[in-house]
Structure formats: structure tokens, C-alpha cells
Design a protein around this ligand. Structure first.
Ligand code: FE2
Ligand code: FE2
Length: 252
């Protein structure tokens, strides 16, 4: 975060043994971050598994099963981390909306191949940006779990971008544009509200080193070039604000 004071804990300074010596506020925020990711991984695993039916041929189906399997690995890794870090897993899972993911909701799901592709390029990548903020987190066991996950997620985003460009070249530009318009404000929203109390506490303890506005900038820097190559436009900051999304001073 620009101009902020140094975090209380440096990268990897805390482990399971020293966790109990940290302030309650630290442990609470750590569990919140782990819990949010845990639910996000479950959501991704579920969504990609269901979406296999939408894929048009055996190769695309197999590729998506592979992606869903990687998300399943992330779920297992996060489950173990969450349990060891003292997260009340039952409580976290209990707050999920019935039949769907915490951030997708039961009524919001991908409808076809085009939407799976846009989702991979934009929303799955959004999750990765959030994890990128924590790559040098002060809780060493978390940083360790994140390393292989970040590698998988980078590939998911790239696969989505490549496929999206192919779809546009094949005559589906209008449909891709429609899904981009739908998911773009939701992606910004997923990155959180810039300057929030959660961002402040996370930074203070070295848990998450970037505020939501920095994450938005990084996300935009990654999603924009493939969208441009595909001939897709993004709605303006003014249009996004009409959707009730707080982007602070971020422009594009
Ligand atoms: Fe994942
Ligand atoms: Fe992913």
C-alpha cells in the first residue's frame, strides 16, 4: 500500500507454533482470509465440474475436468490449512448460499461454453489477483499453500484468454461481449472495497499487502490486452459506478 507504515509482521514471520502468541485481531483476520479463499476454491471446483456438460467436444471436456481437479486440490489444501489454523469450518460452510457458491449464488451460474471461457479469463483470474496480494503473507504456512495454487491459477486465466480470442475469431464476438459486460462489474466487486477496514487490518499485520484498488489495477492490466486482441470493449468507470461498484480513483 502506498505510503503506509511497515506491517507489524514481515513475510513468513508467523508459523503454527507462534500463531497463539499473535493478537486476537491477527488470528481473526487470518481465518477470515483463509475462509474466503476456501469458499472461493469450492465455488470454482463446483462451477467447473458442472460446466463440463457445456463443453462442445471431448478435448474441451477433458481440459475442464483437469481444471476442476486442480480446484479440488486447492479445496483440499485450503481445508487442511483452515482446520489447522483454527477456522470454524462448519460455520464458514454454513453461511454459503444453498446450491451454489458464496460469490456466484444459486441463481448465478455459467450458462454455456462462452461463459465458461469468459469466467476463466476474468473471474477465476480475479481470485488469483487476490491470492497474489498474499504471496508474501506473514503466515508462513499460508504462503506455502499459495505457491502451487498461484501457478495453477495463472494457467487457468491464460487458457481462458486464449479460448476467448479463438471464440471471437470464430464469430462469437457479440456473445463474448455480452458475458464480459455481465461479469466485469462483478469482478471488480469481488476484489473488495478500496480502503476498507479489512484491507487496513490485513496490511497492518502483513497478511495481505495490497489494497483493493491496487488489485483492481493489476487485474485490469491482465484482462485488458487479451480483451483488446479479441475486439472486446470494457464498460467505462462511470458505467461501472452505475452498477454500484466502488472503484475509488481507479481508471482504465
Ligand atoms: Fe483455485
Ligand atoms: Fe482457477
Amino acid at each position: 500500500m502506498d505510503g503506509a507504515v511497515q506491517p507489524v509482521y514481515g513475510p513468513g514471520e508467523i508459523d503454527f507454533d507462534s500463531l497463539e502468541d499473535t493478537p486476537e485481531e491477527y488470528r481473526k483476520m487470518l481465518r477470515t482470509l483463509i475462509g474466503k479463499q476456501y469458499i472461493g476454491e469450492i465455488a470454482a471446483c463446483e462451477m467447473f465440474s458442472r460446466a463440463v456438460f457445456h463443453m462442445p467436444d471431448p478435448i474441451h471436456k477433458a481440459e475442464l475436468v483437469h481444471t476442476a481437479n486442480e480446484e479440488a486440490d486447492h479445496v483440499e489444501a485450503m481445508h487442511e490449512l483452515a482446520t489447522r489454523a483454527g477456522l470454524d469450518v462448519e460455520k464458514w460452510l454454513g453461511i454459503r448460499r444453498p446450491g451454489g457458491a458464496h460469490f456466484l449464488g444459486s441463481e448465478e451460474d455459467v450458462k454455456d461454453w462462452i461463459e465458461v471461457t469468459v469466467f476463466k479469463h476474468m473471474i477465476d483470474r480475479c481470485g488469483r489477483i487476490w491470492l497474489w496480494s498474499m504471496r508474501n503473507t506473514s503466515f508462513a504456512p499460508y504462503a506455502e499453500v499459495l505457491r502451487p495454487i498461484l501457478k495453477d491459477e495463472a494457467r487457468h486465466g491464460q487458457d481462458g484468454a486464449d479460448e476467448m480470442i479463438r471464440l471471437c475469431d470464430a464469430g462469437y464476438r457479440e456473445q463474448v461481449q455480452e458475458r464480459v459486460d455481465y461479469w466485469f462489474p462483478r469482478g471488480l466487486q469481488l476484489l473488495g472495497r478500496p480502503g476498507s477496514e479489512g484491507n487496513r487490518i490485513s496490511y497492518q499485520y502483513g497478511l495481505k499487502l495490497h489494497d483493493s484498488d491496487e488489485e483492481m489495477k493489476k487485474w485490469l492490466g491482465e484482462i485488458k490486452p487479451p480483451l483488446e486482441s479479441a475486439g472486446i470493449t470494457l464498460m467505462t468507470p462511470e458505467q461501472v459506478k452505475e452498477h454500484g461498484v466502488d472503484v475509488a480513483g481507479v481508471t482504465w
